[in-house]
Design a protein. Structure first.
Length: 98
């Protein structure tokens, strides 16, 4: 089964759970197990939350999620057109060093 979806919504925290529910509905025909569902919900939540927090510096713009199912393989992309993380190298540094 092959399928594709595109979802666009305002970058507001109230829409994070909405995005998770849409993706869960989209992947239902794949019959994911509980662990797979939890992992996908986490991935979507993290992607959407990251876009809300880092994407627009407190302004509300749009987040787009694209989902593709091709030969039982799921691909998800969470995208925004925001400013992102200004210093990616610094953001990737561990919080604690030994």
């Amino acid at each position: 089964m092959n399928n594709e979806m595109h979802l666009q919504f305002p970058a507001k925290s109230i829409n994070e759970s909405f995005a998770r529910l849409v993706i869960i509905g989209f992947i239902a025909p794949l019959d994911p197990n509980a662990q797979e569902l939890n992992e996908i919900k986490t991935i979507v939540s993290e992607g959407v939350t990251n876009a809300i927090i880092h994407g627009y510096e407190g302004k509300v713009h749009k987040i787009t999620i694209t989902g593709v199912i091709e030969d039982a393989l799921l691909s998800l992309e969470v995208a925004d057109r925001g400013v992102g993380i200004r210093d990616v190298k610094k953001a990737m540094e561990p919080l604690y060093t030994s």
